[in-house]
Write a protein that binds this ligand. Structure first.
Ligand code: MN
Length: 705
């Protein structure tokens, strides 16, 4: 852009602009930087001009534009501070000096150095935040052209931008700037991840067509029906925003509500709430996602209503509702204080002024020591994070929404695994409590404790999630080994052999497994069948004819003469599980699993207990087992669950819904099964499906024998 172009751009929003001064600054900068080139090979002065243009697009005042044109002259050319102040006045000289001071600050260096540099940053910008506006525009242009730098320099600048400048832009209320800075850094720091997100967008577009258009159209229809005037905008979120949400929520791309964002812009605050009502009447609101930043503005002055609704085909989308003025504030942030609207300097439209924050912080510059100041800045700057303290005073950084369990895993996996309770500022709190900035957190641990599966719903950090999953998997392995041992015992007994450690080790080796426990774990998880194992050692016996099928009435062995047996409904035992009988006058013998809690009631009456075991022959009979299954509420999942059960040659004899939530269905499924191995095959097949959240075998439902 040449001098005339820049002058024309500034004049278009600021009729009082001193166009001669801007042209003079342009000429002065051009002359000073003459002969210098950028890494890209372009003349150096194209950079200050690009920065000035960025700021002019934000409709900023003359002093800011002139500062942008001159921001590198004192640092990089023979121009001196006094030259600038004589030609362009105190105000511009002060701003140029502020930006120059920031140029050499290494903000992502060692902690002590960083504290000192943060003080310098805040001192430089505190008297006039326009210094920061120029610095942010400078960084944005440098990040846009970073590909010409050496790789180490790219990584260092990207890291610093991600850690410091992007959050600062957000804290200054400049949301678009924050998102672009983050995404440009992401492109340098993790190009593979970014490309994978972009590929997913392309695939989604191919599969579902233009989702943005269709949803925008749907929202417009709702506005029309409610007779509210407003504009609707849809956009795909920046790859980095999507990536961050995926990390935070541990959700896959397709289940994320935050891939697309929709905005409704209306005329008045009252209209905002009317639109909210109309949208909620049309689509189901997702619980926990409604936020009213109109009555409770964010610390950076941001105002809007946010809600997430489940739209077509159950997909979730976020909608932001705001007035035109709120929208302009959200886009311009702190820049609005020095910008022009319709030819006049903008009134302060802020509910909260983010510039206050800088001033308040700077007041603390002298009173606190460096480290404390740094800690304070970070607390304030990273609004989407919480910082908590250990009893010793160490800081633990967590994402917003984190619980004491996340905190415990943040310290050490061992502490997370053995966590049984937590104290916040000395008081006992439930483990699902959301932590707040500055709280002191103490974790109560107990030896031999294990993470609970329900914790997976409570925690927000990936670190806690993966540690809990790992622990649960280990527990599963132990369970599978135990079950496998039992299955092996039954199978070997059936052919008149013993499942000795030696026999199992030999079978394991023959099957290419490291040790007997691997074999048992696979047997328990139904990756191997008992016949595979037996067949390895005794091929001729395993292949032997199965003999006649045992009838249901003869399924158990050990009944007293003339008695018949009935399976207890409280524990629903199946062949392969240890059983015991309890006699009832007139009802025969009820067969319970050996660990059924009901048996406690009969401890005083040993005469009613009957030793029973399952008939060891192959059973023709089937036994119903009730399972509670939680599945995600997505199209096709229920059908797939039924198919999976059918593929295991098991019959579903009953199925009903217990609970229908927004994202989950809870079902009770009765399945007819041969034995415990069969049960396990079904459970494993279901567990392997990513849409199955939980399976529990229902015991002790309120059913009498
Ligand atoms: Mn620069």
């Amino acid at each position: 852009m040449d001098a005339d172009g820049l002058v024309a751009l500034v004049s278009s929003y600021n009729p009082h602009s001193d166009t001669a001064k801007i042209a003079e600054a342009y000429a002065f900068g051009d002359e000073m930087h003459a002969g210098q080139v950028r890494q890209s090979g372009e003349p150096y002065f194209t950079h200050p001009v690009a920065v000035a243009e960025l700021l002019a697009r934000q409709k900023l005042d003359d002093a800011t534009i002139i500062t942008a044109l001159l921001h590198d002259t004192v640092e990089d050319t023979k121009a001196r501070f006094t030259d600038v102040s004589e030609r362009f006045g105190e105000e511009v000289a002060y701003l140029v000096d502020g930006v120059t001071k920031l140029t050499n600050l290494q903000l992502s260096s060692t902690e002590t150095k960083q504290a000192e540099n943060f003080r310098k940053l805040f001192m430089a910008v505190s008297k006039d935040p326009r210094v920061l506006l120029v610095k942010l525009a400078d960084r944005l242009h440098n990040m846009r052209t970073i590909k010409y730098q050496r790789p180490e320099k790219q990584a260092q600048k990207a890291r610093e931008t991600m850690d410091i400048y992007a959050p600062l832009a957000g804290r200054m209320g400049m949301q678009w700037m924050r998102e672009e800075l983050e995404d440009l850094s992401f492109k340098v720091l993790n190009p593979e991840a970014r490309n994978s997100i972009i590929r997913r967008f392309i695939m989604l577009q191919r599969d579902s067509g233009d989702v943005i258009d269709s949803i925008t159209g749907d929202i417009q229809k709702v506005l029309k029906k409610a007779q509210i005037k407003g504009e609707v905008f849809g956009r795909a979120k920046k790859p980095f925003s999507v990536w961050r949400k995926m990390q935070e929520k541990q959700k896959s791309f397709s289940r994320l509500a935050d891939i697309y964002g929709f905005r409704v812009i209306v005329g008045s605050e009252a209209d905002c709430y009317q639109v909210l009502g109309a949208i909620h009447a049309r689509w189901a609101a997702v619980p926990g996602r409604f936020k009213d930043y109109i009555s409770n503005p964010k610390a950076n002055g941001y105002r809007s209503i946010h809600t997430t609704v489940a739209g077509r085909d159950g997909k979730q989308v976020e909608v932001q509702i705001r007035t035109r003025q709120m929208h302009e504030v959200a886009e311009a942030g702190v820049a609005a204080h020095w910008s022009y609207r319709d030819g006049v300097r903008a009134e302060n439209p802020f509910a909260v002024d983010p510039a206050h924050w800088i001033r308040a912080l700077s007041e603390r510059l002298d009173e606190t020591d460096h480290d404390e100041f740094l800690e304070h800045v970070k607390l304030e700057m990273y609004q989407d994070q919480v910082f908590c303290f250990t009893p010793k005073g160490d800081v633990i950084k967590l994402p917003r929404g984190a619980t004491p369990i996340d905190y415990a895993y943040g310290i050490h996996t061992r502490i997370g695994d053995s966590c049984v309770g937590a104290k916040i500022d000395g008081l006992r709190v439930p483990l699902w409590t959301r932590l707040k900035n500055g709280q002191q957190v103490e974790i109560i641990t107990a030896e031999g404790q294990r993470p609970q599966p329900t914790w997976l719903d409570i925690v927000v950090t990936g670190r806690a999630k993966s540690a809990i999953r790992r622990s649960l998997r280990e527990e599963d392995r132990e369970r599978f080994i135990k079950l496998g041992r039992e299955l092996a015992r039954v199978a070997f007994e059936h052919i008149g052999k013993k499942a000795t450690d030696k026999a199992l080790a030999t079978a394991a080796r023959t099957l290419g497994l490291a040790e007997a426990e691997d074999l048992l774990a696979r047997l328990g998880s139904a990756e191997l069948t008992a016949r595979d194992v037996v067949g390895t050692l005794y091929p001729e016996l395993a292949a032997a004819p199965q003999g006649e099928v045992v009838e249901e009435s003869r399924a158990v062995v050990g009944l007293p003469e003339g008695q018949i047996s009935t399976r207890a409904q409280c524990c629903q035992p199946v062949p392969g599980e240890r059983i015991v009988g309890i006699t009832y006058r007139g009802q025969g013998v009820i067969v319970h699993a050996i660990d059924c809690p009901v048996l406690v009631d009969f401890e005083e009456q040993p005469e009613r207990w009957v030793d029973l075991r399952w008939h060891s022959g192959p059973h023709g009979a089937v036994h119903t087992v009730s399972m509670q299954v939680a599945i995600s509420n997505d199209a096709g999942v229920l059908g797939r669950i039924c198919t999976l059960i059918g593929e295991q040659k098991a019959n579903i004899s009953d199925l009903h819904f217990i609970d229908r939530k927004q994202d989950f269905y809870r079902l009770l499924i009765d399945v007819d099964l041969r034995d415990v191995e069969h049960l396990h095959m079904v459970q494993t097949a279901l567990e392997a499906d990513s849409d199955v959240a939980e399976i529990t075998r229902v015991k002790n439902v309120d059913r009498k024998p």
